[in-house]
Design a protein around this ligand. Structure first.
Ligand code: NAP
Length: 322
């Protein structure tokens, strides 16, 4: 056999391998994001109650509402008592489900968990959504530009990271006892790959990914599903309520799609649009370029320009109102 025959065979096998891989990804994407609209897990089978952290706005509020719409009673956990009462009333009136509220500040670290444990006592918790999370700057910022950094670093770690295993510790034993349970952990696309100018935030999000994947592997044989959701941009307070479009999803649309993927994927972008953006980004923005000083400067300049235009826009609006 000549060298060119060997190369032809190797080339053929490689092409078939990649074609099969691509077909498999397309089929599972179709099942995950298209068929799941008609053929999805009944979330009521996990148990009577769902607990949602950071439940008074954005993605958390959307999870709480969608879970209530699908027949669960909901425990809402957040910082502001007024907002908690408002969302609880909305859910009770709209979906006729029971609600409970727990007012805590996740920035405060471990002192809050005995309070949460007491409030959750006696409830059959089937689903936990570890959604709470915060950014530390409203634009792309260098690490040393984090405002009040001494305090803020601890707060971000307490809120984005510590909350996830601590909340899990509280509900997992009951789930294992009943042989079923679902834990949804909210990561982010910027946790999938490193994102300069969001250093601390993206590091907290990869913590969520690894923790979720290992937890799923450890407890799936006990009937526990752990799903990690890593979205791109969703229109919420965190993203200055950008207008929703085919790239930026509305929180309710995003959560509806993401919940449909439960049982089909333990790690998901949450929506078809975000899954496609993930593929596009892998091809168009390789890590070496994203980590380069050139790209970081460009990103930073764009962020500065956006901030400037936003300020001018706001000032113009105020002048017009006057
Ligand atoms: N939006 C996006 O594009 C996007 C993309 C990827 C990942 N994510 C992740 O998705 C999750 C939700 O984000 P979001 O955009 O929905 O955020 P959001 O609109 O800012 O909502 C955050 C929620 O968490 C609560 N919260 C914030 N800090 C808290 C604290 N220290 N203690 C207790 N509750 C607190 C807020 O309520 P109160 O202010 O009333 O306490 C609010 O209910 C986060 O983990 C975020 O990292 C978001």
């Amino acid at each position: 056999m000549s060298l060119s025959d060997v190369l032809t065979i190797v080339g053929g096998f490689t092409s078939v391998f990649y074609l099969l891989k691509l077909s498999w990804r397309c089929c599972s994407g179709f099942r995950q994001f298209v068929l799941s609209e008609f053929w999805r897990v009944d979330v009521r089978t996990f148990g009577q109650w769902a607990v949602v952290t950071g439940a008074t706005s954005g993605i958390g509020k959307a999870y709480a509402s969608e879970l209530a719409a699908r027949g669960l009673d909901v425990v809402l956990v957040s910082r502001s008592e007024d907002k908690l009462q408002m969302v609880a009333r909305e859910i009770e009136q709209q979906y006729g489900r029971k609600t409970r509220t727990i007012q805590v500040d996740y920035n405060n670290g471990r002192s809050i968990y005995p309070v949460i444990a007491k409030e959750l006592q006696g409830l059959e918790i089937g689903i936990l959504v570890n959604n709470v999370g915060m950014l530390y700057s409203d634009h792309f910022a260098y690490f040393l530009e984090i405002p009040d950094s001494e305090q803020r670093i601890t707060q971000v770690i307490n809120c984005n990271m510590l909350s996830v295993p601590q909340m899990t510790r509280l509900v997992l034993p009951g789930m294992i006892e009943r042989g079923r349970g679902l834990i949804i952990n909210m990561s982010s696309e910027v946790g999938v790959r490193p994102q300069p100018l969001l250093s601390l935030y993206c590091a907290t999000k990869i913590f969520v990914i690894y923790f979720s994947q290992c937890l799923h592997a450890e407890y799936k044989s006990k009937g526990i599903t752990v799903q990690c959701v890593a979205p791109f941009m969703v229109s919420t307070n965190m993203t200055n309520n950008r207008t929703a479009n085919c790239f930026v999803r509305s929180s309710s649309g995003f959560v509806r799609e993401a919940l449909n993927t439960v049982g089909l994927s333990s790690f998901t972008s949450g929506s078809l649009s975000h899954a496609l953006q993930n593929i596009a980004l892998t091809i168009l923005l390789p890590d070496w370029f994203r980590m380069s000083t050139f790209f970081i400067r460009k990103l930073r300049n764009k962020a500065e320009a956006d901030k400037y235009y936003k300020r001018v826009w706001k000032e113009t609006l105020v002048e017009k109102e006057d």
